[in-house]
Design a protein around this ligand. Structure first.
Ligand SMILES: C[S@@+](CC[C@H](N)C(=O)[O-])C[C@H]1O[C@@H](n2cnc3c(N)ncnc32)[C@H](O)[C@@H]1O
Length: 166
């Protein structure tokens, strides 16, 4: 990866560490309803995912883990990855508070092969995850690497024209 791309990723990481503290207290993420059992996933993701009970799931760029833990509540064995230490710390706290058994890995997505060497039934990622990345070819190769033969990739993105401020 070029020095320019490394610098971009490092600046973006700092910005996400700061955003976590804002998002935790935001109406949008609604942590209190999540803690009472509400899923953070939207109907469109839930329909695409279908029955994931018993499946192994890798959740890329999981932020502070509400979607990851919602997948766990659907019966999947889930691993979430994000490069924000603040996000991963909060995700682990929520996991413990909810009595779930998700695993969280803190790393730049492009360094994931240094931390993880197994394949999954399903790779999931959603809104607000690709706009930060310097290029998508390596990212797509990661998805292929982590999928079992016949595994599924489920990706929900914000429709073009819709303003998303992360
Ligand atoms: C908008 S949030 C994703 C929200 C997500 N849809 C959810 O589950 O709530 C984008 C996330 O991507 C993460 N991210 C951005 N670039 C990354 C990278 N290079 N490696 C790992 N995580 C990254 C950020 O830390 C942030 O948590």
């Amino acid at each position: 990866m070029s020095d320019n791309n490394k610098s971009h990723i490092s600046q973006n990481q700092k910005s996400w560490d700061e955003r976590v503290h804002v998002h935790i207290h935001s109406d949008f993420y609604d942590v209190s309803s999540f803690l009472k059992g509400k899923s953070s996933l939207n109907p469109v993701e839930i329909n695409l995912l279908d029955n994931i009970h018993g499946l192994s799931v890798l959740h890329l760029q999981c932020h502070f883990g509400q979607d990851t833990l919602s997948l766990a509540r659907m019966g999947a064995k889930v691993t979430g990855v994000d490069f924000s230490s603040a996000a991963i710390q909060k995700a682990r706290e929520l996991n413990d508070l909810c009595g779930l058994d998700a695993t969280f890995i803190e790393c730049d997505i492009f360094d994931l092969p240094e931390h993880l060497d197994q394949t999954y039934d399903l790779v999931f990622t959603s809104y607000g995850t690709i706009g930060w990345l310097p290029e998508l070819t390596s990212w797509a190769k990661l998805i292929k690497k982590y999928l079992k033969p016949g595994g599924r990739f489920v990706f929900c993105r914000v429709p073009s024209g819709y303003l998303y401020d992360g």
